[in-house]
Design a protein around this ligand. Structure first.
Ligand code: SF4
Length: 217
């Protein structure tokens, strides 16, 4: 599997180049983006993040001072804005109560303990926790998502029901735990899933066509 995974990485990297993820200026922006991107396209998140930036609210201190109504209005473009406002506020409460509003204090914990802590916060599931771990806390954990599942299924590498942790294990058990590799690999899969291996795939333009049973059907 290691060989297959590294080969796939090389193909995607050769096709798309470095993705420079996560597209954020600060770790806190990554955290907020990781919550807002749940069940929506990234383009919608960008609009919400732009609203928060325009209001100069993208720090834990400033965002904590915003009323629930105002927060909902600002993040409305990201969809499910009421639920997401509650999730952002739950994260902010946790940060204030446990870490004096300091992300560096939260991120000082080792990977597994930090993952458990993040998962204990309302609204933080595995994909969100791992995105925060990888892209904000810079801990080497692989983030998988619906794009990864779809690609691997179409390549014939997995079957059956989608389980986040089983798919994650494919990467964690086979690849060196290298922060840069994990960062770039996930971003490349997302790029491929958004650009080519879409819901209706563009197999004719796909760099993986020669090895893909779905594309060759
Ligand atoms: S050939 Fe088609 S189905 Fe296979 S990976 Fe490429 S776009 Fe996806």
């Amino acid at each position: 599997m290691r060989k297959k995974l590294l080969k796939l990485y090389d193909r995607l990297y050769a096709e798309y180049g470095p993705q420079n993820w996560w597209p954020a200026e600060t770790p806190f922006e990554v955290v907020v983006g990781a919550i807002l991107v749940q069940s929506t396209a990234w383009a919608n998140v960008v609009k919400a993040i732009d609203n928060l930036k325009a209001a100069d609210l993208l720090t834990p201190d400033r965002l904590a001072g915003v009323s629930p109504d105002e927060l909902e209005t600002l993040i409305r473009p990201s969809g499910y804005y009421r639920a997401k406002a509650k999730k952002v506020q739950a994260f902010l409460s946790h940060l204030r109560e446990r870490h004096r509003n300091r992300l560096d204090s939260l991120f000082a914990t080792d990977l597994q303990a930090l993952r458990e802590e993040l998962l204990s916060i309302y609204g933080v599931g595995e994909e969100t926790a791992d995105s925060i771990l990888l892209y904000a806390a810079e801990k080497p954990i692989f983030v998988v998502d619906a794009y990864t599942d779809r690609l691997f299924r179409r390549l014939g590498w997995i079957s059956g029901k989608y389980h986040y942790s089983s798919l994650q294990e494919v990467f964690m058990d086979s690849l060196p735990h290298d922060l840069q590799l994990f960062n770039e690999y996930h971003a490349l899969i997302v790029r491929h899933g958004a650009a080519t291996c879409r819901k209706i795939p563009r197999c004719g333009a796909c760099v993986l066509l020669h090895q893909c049973p779905t594309g060759n059907q």
